[in-house]
Ligand binder design. Structure first.
Ligand code: ADP
Ligand code: MG
Length: 251
């Protein structure tokens, strides 16, 4: 089954900068997709389109076969009037954690399930504490984000996304804002989620991680998918010259 599908996405900024030119991606249940590519290639914009933070100019978006956006007769994207249910299908983890600074760790996790999900507080708290335990943060429930390391903050952000029980998680360079010695703890958490068959799309510059953990790697450049496939092939033995050039920077 298809968890998320984007079809022929086009996005232009300020009427001239073509950032996404006809990108299509579909993600299967349990699949881990890594997106790699140079800065400015449109990776974040693509994730923002998938997570309804940015409107596509043209293109279709669906989750679990339910349409979030489709093309009108002029080929312009039209969005569903009520996107609340769709928003419940995905979670997003940013580069800069984006925690609520004035909320405790526990409240960061509990806020959306209660206020958006309308769920029972005691039950949400029990699940939130379990998630913190799983992330190795059980003793940080009462702490505030500013009292945590970057790696701990990012683990809270991942726990917060998981607290909404999403069908799919998107990560936008989840380790790029971290000191190198803190990168490993985040990659370990994502690797564990992959082993649990969480469906994930991860924009990353961690090539070894992408090769080991992803089921599929997509290389983007200039707003198009240049090549995609088995990580060992795309990263280990790319077909396209542009992919090879990009990867040579990591050698
Ligand atoms: P990546 O994540 O691959 O580095 P982005 O999707 O962030 O790429 O950006 C792709 C291009 O779109 C860049 O040239 C960037 O400057 C431009 N861009 C991104 N967001 C905006 C915006 N809100 N307004 C104008 N230009 C933008
Ligand atoms: Mg980006």
């Amino acid at each position: 089954m298809n968890v998320m599908e984007l079809k022929s996405v086009q996005k232009t900024f300020d009427g001239q900068l073509e950032v996404l030119r006809d990108i299509s991606i579909s993600v299967e249940k349990g699949e881990v997709v890594a997106i790699i590519g140079p800065s400015g290639s449109g990776k974040s914009t693509l994730l923002r389109c998938a997570t309804l933070l940015t409107q596509m100019d043209s293109g279709e978006l669906s989750y679990l076969g339910e349409k979030a956006a489709w093309n009108d007769e002029n080929g312009k994207s039209v969005y569903a009037r009520d996107l609340k249910k769709i928003r419940g299908y995905f979670g997003l983890v940013f580069q800069n954690f984006n925690l609520f600074p004035h909320y405790s760790v526990l409240k960061n996790l509990m806020d959306a399930p209660i206020s958006v999900g309308g769920r029972n507080k005691a039950e949400v708290e029990r699940e939130a504490r379990e998630l913190l335990q799983k992330m190795g943060l059980a003793d940080k429930a009462g702490a505030y984000p500013c009292q945590l390391s970057g790696g701990q903050q990012q683990r809270v952000a991942i726990a917060r996304a998981l607290a909404m029980n999403p069908e799919i998680l998107f990560f936008d360079e989840p380790t790029s804002a971290l000191d190198p010695e803190l990168t490993g703890e985040i990659l370990k958490v994502i690797r564990q989620l992959a082993e649990e068959k969480m469906t994930m799309v991860i924009v990353t510059h961690e090539m070894a991680f992408a090769r080991d953990v992803a089921d599929r790697v997509i290389f983007m450049d200039g707003g198009v998918i240049v090549e995609q496939g088995n990580p060992k092939e795309v990263i280990g033995n790319p077909r396209e010259e542009r992919t090879r050039q990009f990867l040579s920077r990591f050698a």
